[in-house]
Ligand binder design. Structure first.
Ligand SMILES: Cc1cc2nc3c(=O)[nH]c(=O)nc-3n(C[C@H](O)[C@H](O)[C@H](O)COP(=O)(O)OP(=O)(O)OC[C@H]3O[C@@H](n4cnc5c(N)ncnc54)[C@H](O)[C@@H]3O)c2cc1C
Length: 472
């Protein structure tokens, strides 16, 4: 290997750009080849735009629920007619913010000495990346280390192909000039639930088509139950155990055909039926990289693929499709490739959040792990309605669930269902990461009144429960 390690990264999302920063800091000569822009889908079409849209939706929910707290607008309680949203300006703000964020990332990379190549990359063996620019120029870039971080794209059903007008994929909604009057969301996983929640708050009538018994089948069942109840109470039509087979355009809208013969009509349809890794046509298998089921790149816990010198990170590996995990996989890859000390990826302390209203934040061991007998643990769930601050704020829906090992009383997991749960879960994540016991969490001061008080209270309850269950 030459003294300076030549690192070539294909894909400039969180997996790629975080890796590029690490590689540059450790003296690598780094090139990123990306076809869409710095920050990747995370910044340009997925996390950043959706969370920006949801920021507006949150304000709408606050306004809609403000009447009970005595708020009046021009003398009247907020009503659907009095509070409205200008979707064109919301979308303009979303796009502007995403582009600005992408620009910031690109500037940071270039400041750190990373070379950015705008183009489509593919491997020509394990030690060379070929980049083709939009202008048709072709550049061969030799590499000592290659990182594949090409992300994923929305899965498309053959009979429900998004057209950008009435049938939409999640990256097309920001071109809408007006709020969909009646939006049929197909898919009740995280993405479907987030958009259903947001558009309902913005003022659309929403129909959520779920192929499973309950929305959010991959999440904590108690949390999913709360969310589905809130959705229905606010007027959303949730069609459970309903598989969409086809979406048709009709003159002024769409018809979603379900497998059981029923239909759901709407002005628009949003397809949220999963993601496909961007791994086709990249020359991966020819370079010795192994692809697993669904076309995901197979990697070990330090992001190595089957090909020597070729690493992979992020959604293209399907390990856990989160920006934070992509970024960590990318950093780990570079630490490993450049000979730094590195701890393999562990998923047991990853925090994740569903940005619905209320939010659902989760870390560590799950209820499902416990129910499957994979761990001898005990959980305590405290409804938000028992929390003093929640009462003051008029919050009724949600809970804090804390999970600890029955024998050692170490906190191993938790779920928070509440507004801003994404912020509230951090103390639980700290406890999980640093293996705090429920005694240590219980002994920590919390502010009175605060929602986080329920976390310490749950720890106190767990102390009692574990003391009882440990006694003969
Ligand atoms: C609607 C939505 C909302 C989400 N919200 C969140 C959230 O709030 N929090 C969270 O943690 N995660 C969220 N995610 C998941 C998150 O977006 C992904 O996990 C993250 O983008 C993965 O990063 P990545 O680097 O693997 O890929 P990406 O961000 O997809 O970046 C990959 C980049 O590679 C480029 N590329 C692909 N092929 C080539 C090629 N051949 N040559 C050159 N460039 C190429 C792409 O153009 C893209 O720029 C969300 C996902 C969706 C769909």
């Amino acid at each position: 290997m030459p003294t300076v390690t030549r690192v070539v990264i294909v894909g400039g999302g969180p997996g790629g750009y975080e890796a590029a920063l690490v590689a540059a800091q450790h003296g690598g000569e780094v090139t990123v080849v990306d076809r869409d822009g710095a920050g990747g889908s995370a910044v340009l079409t997925d996390c950043v735009p959706s969370k920006t849209l949801i920021a507006t939706a949150e304000v709408m929910t606050l306004a809609a629920e403000s009447a009970g707290l005595g708020v009046r607008f021009g003398g009247a309680a907020a009503s659907a007619d009095a509070v409205g949203v200008d979707v064109a300006s919301v979308n303009a703000r979303v796009k502007q913010l995403a582009l600005a964020q992408s620009g910031d990332i690109r500037a940071r990379l270039e400041r750190d000495g990373v070379r950015w190549v705008e183009g489509v990359g593919r491997l020509d063996g394990p030690g060379c990346v070929v980049a083709e620019t939009a202008a048709g120029a072709v550049e061969r870039i030799d590499a000592d280390v290659v990182l594949v971080a090409t992300g994923a794209h929305p899965r498309v059903l053959p009979d429900a192909v998004p057209d950008g007008g009435r049938i939409l994929s999640w990256d097309q909604v920001y071109d809408l000039a007006e709020l969909p009057e009646r939006l049929v969301v197909v898919g009740s996983g995280v993405t479907g639930a987030e958009f259903a929640s947001a558009y309902q708050a913005l003022g659309s009538q929403v129909v959520l088509v779920s192929s499973r018994d309950r929305v959010l089948p991959g999440e904590d069942p108690d949390a999913a139950e709360v969310l589905e109840e809130v959705f229905r109470r606010r007027g959303m039509q949730v069609l459970s155990r309903s598989r969409a087979t086809r979406v048709r355009r009709v003159p002024d809208g769409v018809v979603v055909e379900l497998a059981d013969g029923r239909t759901a009509e709407g002005s628009h349809c949003l397809m949220a039926v999963g993601s496909i890794p961007n791994t086709a046509g990249l020359g991966l298998e020819e370079a010795g990289v192994r692809l697993g089921p669904g076309g995901f790149v197979e990697v070990d816990r330090v992001s190595r693929t089957a090909a020597r010198g070729v690493y992979a990170a992020g959604d293209c590996t399907g390990v856990l499709m989160l920006a934070s995990v992509a970024a960590m996989q990318g950093r780990i890859a570079m630490w490993h490739a450049l000979g730094e000390a590195v701890s393999p990826l562990t998923l047991s302390s990853v925090s994740s959040n569903v940005f619905t209203d209320p939010e659902i934040a989760t870390v560590g061991v799950t209820q499902r792990d416990m129910d499957a007998g994979e761990i001898n643990a005990v959980a305590v769930k405290l409804p938000l309605a028992t929390n003093a601050r929640a009462k003051m704020q008029g919050l009724h829906d949600g809970f804090v669930k804390l999970i600890c090992r029955r024998d050692t009383r170490i906190v191993v997991g938790g779920v928070v269902v509440a507004p801003k749960a994404s912020e509230l879960v951090f103390p639980v994540a700290l406890a999980v990461e640093h293996r705090l016991t429920v005694d240590e969490v219980a002994a920590t001061f919390t502010v009175y009144p605060s929602l986080s008080g329920s976390i310490a209270e749950a720890a106190r309850r767990l102390r009692r429960v574990t003391a009882t269950s440990a006694s003969p």
